[in-house]
Design a protein around this ligand. Structure first.
Ligand code: CMP
Length: 142
């Protein structure tokens, strides 16, 4: 099915000048960028995004890391976009990420793992609307 998913290029990958290399992988995989913005997250915006992890031991470090520099938030669209995006990102922990995946090539640790992607249709809908209004997402007809 045609789907949309939320992508975040995290502060480590932005600082490493890897935005273009990561966008290249999205586009080469057939995913279309239908919305994008660079943002400096604050405590409230980063904390709210990861609210489901609030009780996890890594939550405070995760929120601090996500505020440590700008992020590039995008909506990607395409056939099976949610699973496709997860496949090309690779495992959460770069140590476990398959060769040729974004995290294998650009992430340094489970905490600084270069990218985030929605893990289900429900989280994609929630995460896209967390960052974008409907009119900020552009229809792609070609
Ligand atoms: P992300 O897909 O953005 O979702 C939550 C983030 O928490 C995850 O990527 C990791 O960067 C970070 N994290 C740190 N420790 C863990 C852990 N033990 N399990 C899952 N995620 C973790």
């Amino acid at each position: 099915a045609n789907e949309r998913t939320l992508s975040i290029i995290k502060p480590d990958a932005v600082a490493g000048n890897n935005i273009g290399a990561i966008y290249d992988r999205f586009e080469k995989s057939g995913l279309k960028i239908v919305a994008a913005k660079m943002m400096q997250l604050d405590d409230e915006k980063a904390g709210g995004f990861y609210a489901e992890h609030a009780e996890r031991p890594f939550y405070n470090d995760l929120v601090s890391f996500m505020m440590s520099g700008p992020v590039l938030v995008s909506v990607l669209e395409g056939e099976n976009a949610i699973a496709k995006h997860r496949d090309i990102m690779g495992a959460t922990n770069p140590k476990d990420a398959a060769e040729g995946t974004i995290r294998a090539d650009f992430a340094s640790s489970i905490d600084e793992n270069a990218v985030h992607g929605s893990d289900s249709a429900e989280s994609a809908a929630r995460e896209i609307s967390y960052f974008f209004s409907e009119d900020e997402v552009c229809a792609r007809t070609r």
